[in-house]
Ligand binder design. Structure first.
Ligand code: PLP
Length: 303
C-alpha cells in the first residue's frame, strides 16, 4: 500500500512517526537547509543536480550530515521505493540537530542530522491553476537582501515570503511575487518567475534560488528554439508581458494570467507557456533527466 515515508535518526518510518525535539536549533532557529526533488512515473528528476545544490546549501551553513552524498542519494531512492508511490515530492533536510549538552549553546557542538520525507506529488500553487492560471500579486513586502540571507542556499527562513503571501491573499491574489529592496523582481514562496515578450523568454537574476525547474526551462527553450535572457526585470516588465509563468519542482510550469488582479495578455494561459508545460511533462513522463529509484539502489546498501 502506498504511504508517505520519512527517514529520520537512521530509520525509515511512516511520516506520522517522524518527530524532532522542540529544543533543537533546527526548530527554534530554523537552523536547517533543504532541497525538494520529485519523481514522475517512477523517474527521479535531475537527482544529481538537486544533490549538488543540497550539498552547496549545507556546506554554506557548515552543517555536516552524517552520510556521504552517495548515501543521501540512496536514502532518496529508498524512501521512494518504500512509499510505493510513482509521483512524489521528496524533501531532504540537513539539520543543525540537538545540543549534546543543553547547558552549552555552542551550535558548532550540535549533532548534525539528515532527514528526508517522501509524500504524494503536490502542486504548490494548486493543480487547478494549471488551467485557470494564477493571479500574482507583486507585493510591497520585499525579499530579504542577499547580504543578509543568500536565497541560493535553500532555507526555511521564510518570514519575507510568508508575509508576502499573506499580503497577496489579503489583496485577493493566489500568490506573491517579491521584489528586491532596489525594486527588481525576484521570486515567490516556492517558485521562480518567467515572462514572455515578443516570443522571447525572460527571468530575473540576482537574489533568488536558482531553481532546477528554472534550469529545465532554459533547456526546453533552447531545444524549442526560443531565445532566453536572465536579467534584472521590473514590475512593469511583468505587467507589460505577453505571458508569464512560474517554475518549480512542486508544480512544474504554471501560467500567470493576472498581475495584481489585472488581466495579463489575453487572460488565458499563454501559447508559449502551454507549449513549455506540455513538453516538460511529456519529457518527465518519458524519463527525461531521470533515474529510477531501483536503479539507484542496485548493488549497494545505504551507509
Ligand atoms: N524559489 C524558491 C524560494 C523556492 O522555494 C523554490 C522551490 O521550492 C523555487 C524557487 C523553485 O526551485 P526548483 O525549481 O528547484 O524547485
Amino acid at each position: 500500500m502506498a504511504e508517505s515515508i520519512a527517514f529520520i535518526d537512521d530509520e525509515f518510518v511512516p511520516v506520522s512517526e517522524a518527530k524532532i525535539s522542540i529544543m533543537e536549533p533546527t526548530f527554534t532557529k530554523s537552523d536547517v537547509v533543504y532541497d525538494t526533488l520529485s519523481s514522475c512515473k517512477g523517474f527521479i528528476f535531475r537527482l544529481d543536480d538537486h544533490l549538488q545544490r543540497f550539498e552547496a546549501s549545507y556546506s554554506a551553513m557548515q552543517i555536516a550530515p552524517p552520510y556521504t552524498l552517495d548515501g543521501i542519494r540512496r536514502i532518496v531512492a529508498e524512501c521512494i521505493v518504500r512509499s510505493g508511490l510513482d509521483d512524489t515530492c521528496i524533501t531532504l533536510m540537513a539539520t543543525r540537530g540537538p545540543f549534546l549538552d543543553l547547558a552549552d549553546r555552542d551550535i558548532r557542538k550540535c549533532k548534525n542530522g539528515l532527514m528526508a520525507v517522501c509524500v504524494p506529488y503536490y502542486w504548490v500553487l494548486g493543480k487547478d491553476k494549471q488551467t485557470t492560471g494564477v493571479n500574482m500579486v507583486i507585493t510591497e513586502n520585499q525579499r530579504v537582501p542577499m547580504e543578509a540571507i543568500d536565497a541560493r542556499v535553500k532555507n526555511f527562513n521564510w518570514m519575507d515570503l510568508t508575509r508576502g503571501l499573506l499580503e497577496a491573499y489579503e489583496k485577493g491574489g493566489d500568490s506573491a511575487l517579491l521584489c528586491t529592496p532596489d525594486g527588481f523582481l525576484s521570486e515567490g514562496p516556492g517558485f521562480n518567475i518567467w515572462l514572455a515578450k515578443d516570443g522571447k523568454l525572460f527571468t530575473p537574476r540576482g537574489n533568488l534560488l536558482e531553481g532546477v525547474t528554472r534550469r529545465s526551462v532554459f533547456d526546453l527553450a533552447e531545444d524549442m528554439g526560443v531565445e532566453t535572457s536572465e536579467q534584472p526585470l521590473t514590475p512593469n516588465d511583468l505587467r507589460g508581458a505577453d505571458e508569464a509563468f512560474t517554475s518549480t519542482t512542486a508544480g512544474g510550469i504554471t501560467p500567470v494570467t493576472q498581475v495584481d488582479g489585472k488581466t495579463l495578455g489575453n487572460g488565458a494561459p499563454g501559447i508559449l507557456t502551454s507549449r513549455l508545460s506540455e513538453e516538460y511533462w511529456r519529457r518527465r513522463e518519458a524519463g527525461w533527466c531521470g533515474i529510477r529509484a531501483e536503479e539507484v539502489l542496485q548493488d549497494r546498501d545505504i551507509a
